[in-house]
Design a protein around this ligand. Structure first.
Ligand SMILES: [Zn+2]
Length: 171
Protein backbone atom coordinates (compact mmCIF):
# COMPACT_ATOMS: atom_id res chain seq x y z
CA UNK A 1 0.00 0.00 0.00
CA UNK A 2 1.33 3.43 -0.91
CA UNK A 3 1.93 5.65 2.07
CA UNK A 4 1.21 9.36 1.98
CA UNK A 5 4.10 11.61 2.98
CA UNK A 6 6.10 8.67 4.29
CA UNK A 7 8.99 10.62 5.81
CA UNK A 8 7.13 13.51 7.29
CA UNK A 9 8.63 15.58 10.07
CA UNK A 10 6.39 15.06 13.10
CA UNK A 11 6.60 18.06 15.45
CA UNK A 12 3.28 18.12 17.29
CA UNK A 13 0.89 15.80 19.09
CA UNK A 14 -2.56 17.36 19.32
CA UNK A 15 -5.24 16.13 21.73
CA UNK A 16 -8.90 16.17 20.75
CA UNK A 17 -12.30 15.03 21.96
CA UNK A 18 -15.07 13.58 19.81
CA UNK A 19 -17.77 15.99 21.05
CA UNK A 20 -20.30 13.36 22.09
CA UNK A 21 -22.17 12.91 25.37
CA UNK A 22 -22.37 9.12 25.01
CA UNK A 23 -19.16 7.65 26.42
CA UNK A 24 -20.16 4.24 25.05
CA UNK A 25 -19.84 5.46 21.49
CA UNK A 26 -17.42 3.30 19.50
CA UNK A 27 -14.23 4.68 17.96
CA UNK A 28 -15.23 3.18 14.62
CA UNK A 29 -18.39 5.36 14.59
CA UNK A 30 -16.25 8.49 14.73
CA UNK A 31 -13.98 7.19 11.99
CA UNK A 32 -16.96 6.21 9.81
CA UNK A 33 -18.51 9.66 10.27
CA UNK A 34 -15.46 11.34 8.69
CA UNK A 35 -15.49 9.07 5.64
CA UNK A 36 -19.26 8.79 5.06
CA UNK A 37 -20.50 10.91 2.14
CA UNK A 38 -22.12 14.24 3.05
CA UNK A 39 -25.39 13.08 1.51
CA UNK A 40 -25.43 10.33 4.14
CA UNK A 41 -24.74 12.70 7.03
CA UNK A 42 -20.97 12.29 7.14
CA UNK A 43 -18.15 14.69 6.38
CA UNK A 44 -17.23 13.06 3.08
CA UNK A 45 -13.49 13.30 3.77
CA UNK A 46 -10.88 11.08 2.10
CA UNK A 47 -9.45 10.28 5.51
CA UNK A 48 -10.31 10.65 9.16
CA UNK A 49 -9.38 13.31 11.69
CA UNK A 50 -7.39 11.22 14.16
CA UNK A 51 -4.60 8.67 14.23
CA UNK A 52 -5.90 7.13 17.44
CA UNK A 53 -9.25 7.21 19.21
CA UNK A 54 -9.62 6.21 22.88
CA UNK A 55 -13.00 4.78 23.89
CA UNK A 56 -14.70 5.37 27.25
CA UNK A 57 -13.38 2.10 28.69
CA UNK A 58 -9.83 3.09 27.76
CA UNK A 59 -9.44 0.88 24.68
CA UNK A 60 -7.13 2.51 22.13
CA UNK A 61 -7.93 2.17 18.42
CA UNK A 62 -5.30 3.08 15.80
CA UNK A 63 -6.72 4.15 12.43
CA UNK A 64 -3.62 5.55 10.74
CA UNK A 65 0.11 5.02 10.76
CA UNK A 66 2.17 7.93 12.16
CA UNK A 67 3.41 8.65 8.63
CA UNK A 68 -0.11 9.22 7.36
CA UNK A 69 -1.58 12.71 7.52
CA UNK A 70 -5.01 12.97 9.17
CA UNK A 71 -7.38 15.94 9.13
CA UNK A 72 -7.44 17.09 12.77
CA UNK A 73 -6.93 20.85 12.60
CA UNK A 74 -6.83 23.95 10.43
CA UNK A 75 -3.23 25.13 10.01
CA UNK A 76 -2.14 27.76 12.51
CA UNK A 77 1.30 29.38 12.97
CA UNK A 78 3.24 26.50 11.46
CA UNK A 79 1.20 23.86 13.28
CA UNK A 80 -0.55 21.78 10.65
CA UNK A 81 -1.84 18.32 9.87
CA UNK A 82 1.33 17.76 7.82
CA UNK A 83 3.51 17.90 10.94
CA UNK A 84 1.08 16.64 13.58
CA UNK A 85 -0.33 13.50 15.11
CA UNK A 86 -3.93 13.58 16.37
CA UNK A 87 -5.32 11.60 19.29
CA UNK A 88 -8.99 11.80 20.30
CA UNK A 89 -10.92 10.64 23.36
CA UNK A 90 -14.62 9.84 23.10
CA UNK A 91 -16.80 12.31 25.06
CA UNK A 92 -16.51 16.02 25.81
CA UNK A 93 -20.17 17.03 25.90
CA UNK A 94 -22.66 16.76 28.76
CA UNK A 95 -26.36 15.89 28.44
CA UNK A 96 -27.24 19.57 28.00
CA UNK A 97 -24.86 19.83 25.05
CA UNK A 98 -22.23 21.84 26.93
CA UNK A 99 -18.48 21.19 26.63
CA UNK A 100 -17.24 19.27 29.67
CA UNK A 101 -14.23 17.23 30.69
CA UNK A 102 -15.93 13.88 31.21
CA UNK A 103 -12.93 11.65 30.54
CA UNK A 104 -12.96 8.40 32.48
CA UNK A 105 -10.02 7.31 34.60
CA UNK A 106 -9.40 4.56 32.02
CA UNK A 107 -9.22 7.14 29.22
CA UNK A 108 -6.75 9.27 31.17
CA UNK A 109 -4.55 6.24 31.79
CA UNK A 110 -4.64 5.31 28.10
CA UNK A 111 -3.86 8.90 27.11
CA UNK A 112 -0.87 8.85 29.47
CA UNK A 113 0.34 5.60 27.87
CA UNK A 114 -0.02 6.90 24.30
CA UNK A 115 1.65 10.22 25.18
CA UNK A 116 4.52 8.44 26.92
CA UNK A 117 5.09 6.26 23.84
CA UNK A 118 5.10 9.24 21.50
CA UNK A 119 7.55 11.22 23.67
CA UNK A 120 9.92 8.24 23.56
CA UNK A 121 9.52 7.86 19.80
CA UNK A 122 9.74 11.60 19.02
CA UNK A 123 12.09 13.24 21.55
CA UNK A 124 11.42 16.76 20.19
CA UNK A 125 7.63 16.51 19.96
CA UNK A 126 5.45 19.25 21.51
CA UNK A 127 2.01 18.38 22.86
CA UNK A 128 -1.00 20.69 22.87
CA UNK A 129 -4.78 20.77 22.80
CA UNK A 130 -6.83 21.66 19.73
CA UNK A 131 -8.18 24.63 21.75
CA UNK A 132 -4.71 26.20 21.73
CA UNK A 133 -4.72 26.62 17.93
CA UNK A 134 -8.39 27.18 17.20
CA UNK A 135 -11.41 28.94 18.69
CA UNK A 136 -12.94 25.64 19.78
CA UNK A 137 -13.38 24.12 23.24
CA UNK A 138 -11.92 20.78 22.03
CA UNK A 139 -10.67 18.83 23.97
CA UNK A 140 -12.58 20.72 26.71
CA UNK A 141 -9.76 20.92 29.27
CA UNK A 142 -6.35 22.51 29.76
CA UNK A 143 -3.91 20.15 28.05
CA UNK A 144 -0.71 21.68 29.52
CA UNK A 145 -2.12 21.26 33.05
CA UNK A 146 -3.21 17.70 32.29
CA UNK A 147 0.24 16.83 30.92
CA UNK A 148 1.93 18.22 34.02
CA UNK A 149 -0.49 16.26 36.23
CA UNK A 150 0.62 13.00 34.62
CA UNK A 151 4.32 13.84 34.90
CA UNK A 152 5.12 14.81 31.32
CA UNK A 153 8.28 16.98 31.35
CA UNK A 154 7.73 20.66 30.43
CA UNK A 155 9.98 20.37 27.36
CA UNK A 156 7.26 18.31 25.66
CA UNK A 157 4.46 20.76 26.52
CA UNK A 158 3.34 23.65 24.34
CA UNK A 159 1.99 26.16 26.85
CA UNK A 160 0.82 28.96 24.53
CA UNK A 161 -2.85 29.84 24.82
CA UNK A 162 -2.67 31.34 21.31
CA UNK A 163 -6.39 31.97 20.89
CA UNK A 164 -7.25 32.78 24.52
CA UNK A 165 -9.65 29.84 24.68
CA UNK A 166 -8.08 28.32 27.81
CA UNK A 167 -8.39 31.60 29.71
CA UNK A 168 -11.86 32.41 28.38
CA UNK A 169 -13.17 29.01 29.52
CA UNK A 170 -11.33 28.97 32.83
CA UNK A 171 -9.56 25.72 31.88
ZN1 LIG B 1 -10.29 18.82 18.05
Amino acid sequence: MKKQNSNRNIKYLILHVSGNSNLNLRAQCIQDYFLRPKAQGGKGWSRGGYHKIIEGDGDIFTFYDDNDVTFGIKPFRGISNANSLHVCTIGGINRSGKPVDNRTEAQRKSQARVIQEYTEKYPNIKILGHNQTDLKPCPCYNVPKFLQSIGIPDKFILFDDFRGVLKANGY
